[in-house]
Write a protein that binds this ligand. Structure first.
Ligand SMILES: NC(=O)c1ccc[n+]([C@@H]2O[C@H](COP(=O)([O-])OP(=O)(O)OC[C@H]3O[C@@H](n4cnc5c(N)ncnc54)[C@H](OP(=O)(O)O)[C@@H]3O)[C@@H](O)[C@H]2O)c1
Length: 333
């Protein structure tokens, strides 16, 4: 079978295809014929060696994929051949609070990922994808969607009538917009492109601001009314504004590092406004299943900007680098 790997060093050009033996599922394992994958900003950082410069190579990239169960190892009863499944981001975080060791099982980073014709997972490391979704749509869920879901409803407590602030138009933020609207919340969204701002309005965003034209967007938002929750994906370059935007007693889900991880900022508002700043690292299988029930119930569809063939993975990563996308980038395997 064919499998992609980052080999011989980091860089988009170091992502190559290789021929390897098709794996066989061991006891308690499931062989999945992968049909689709999706890109996350993390996959771009991993490929460049910026996520973990010490990551051992070769490494199969991408955390998010969906496919068909094609063989079952001894003792597997939870799945049948033909089931449509996706891998969970951290293969060992099944439920309960986060634990230090769970990160060691993150696909496409700590362990091999899903950009492969076949992949073996522990049965516990899979969920069924909602029945109305295509494989490409199902493949958008494991990282970006679970992260947004966790931020709003598992670690967060978004209620109808709350106001949620989402930043930019990448995968996590568009899922957060969809979930917030699903819950009856009001959404304030930011983007740096007028065309994307139009799309945000069309998706139901109640107020849209250009964060580049208005670098003091935190103050503008705070003046205009109440923000209960911020889905913070910008990192060090946007956190200060987020802390200004959110209401006293509100919460900020710390998710992203799009503008970097190191810098100086005033943490005063966290204390003086009695804020809750909550770190989010994707989520557990239980959260994924909770989210899938909701997606199924309201027949929600992920927003896919563009489809690439697996052989075009380098072009797909460069497209992500350009930040031209709105929502998710899908890869057909
Ligand atoms: N902690 C976790 O568990 C977790 C999980 C998933 C992702 N993440 C992180 O969350 C971030 C987003 O991931 P993603 O996959 O959704 O990324 P993505 O799809 O690549 O998002 C790109 C978009 O983010 C927006 N953006 C860039 N800089 C921004 C800024 N300074 N302020 C506001 N928006 C900005 C841009 O939107 P416009 O073009 O509209 O301006 C850009 O198109 C990344 O840092 C990723 O590593 C963390």
């Amino acid at each position: 079978m064919r499998q992609a790997a980052i080999e011989g060093g980091f860089g988009i050009d170091k992502l190559v295809w290789r021929e390897v033996a098709t794996p066989e599922p061991g006891c308690g394992q499931v062989l999945v014929q992968m049909q689709a994958a999706s890109l996350n900003y993390r996959d771009y950082l991993v490929t460049l060696g910026k996520y973990n410069p010490k990551m051992p190579l070769p490494r199969v990239p991408l955390s998010d994929g969906a496919g068909v169960v094609s063989a079952l190892g001894e003792g597997v009863t939870a799945f049948s051949i033909g089931d449509r499944v996706a891998g969970i981001f951290m293969q060992t975080w099944l439920g309960g609070p986060y634990r230090d060791d769970y990160g060691k099982s993150a696909l496409g980073g700590a362990v091999d990922g899903v950009l492969s014709e076949y992949a073996v997972f522990d049965a516990d490391g899979l969920v069924r994808i909602p029945t109305h979704l295509s494989f490409e749509e199902g493949a958008t869920l494991p990282c970006a969607a679970v992260t947004a879901w966790n931020a709003l409803f598992e670690s967060g407590n978004v209620k109808p009538g709350d106001t949620v602030l989402v930043q930019g138009t990448g995968g996590v933020s568009i899922f957060a917009l969809q979930f917030a609207k699903m819950a009856g919340a009001r959404v304030i969204a930011t983007s740096s492109y007028p065309e994307k701002m139009e799309k945000l309005r069309a998706m139901g965003a109640d107020w849209v601001l250009n964060y580049k034209e208005n670098p003091d967007w935190g103050k503008s938002i705070a003046k205009a009314g109440r923000v209960d929750h911020v889905v913070e994906v910008g990192g060090v370059g946007s956190l200060e504004q987020s802390l200004i935007a959110v209401r006293g007693g509100g919460s900020v889900s710390m998710i992203g590092v799009l503008t970097g991880i190191l810098g100086s900022l005033s943490i005063g508002p966290i204390l003086h406004k009695h804020l809750r700043v909550q770190g989010i690292y994707v989520g557990s299988r239980a959260m994924f299943e909770n989210m899938n029930r909701a997606i199924q119930q309201v027949q929600m569809r992920p927003v896919i900007d563009i489809f690439f063939e697996a052989s075009e993975i380098q072009t797909a990563l460069r497209y992500m680098e350009s930040a031209a996308h709105f929502g998710k980038i899908a890869v057909r395997i």
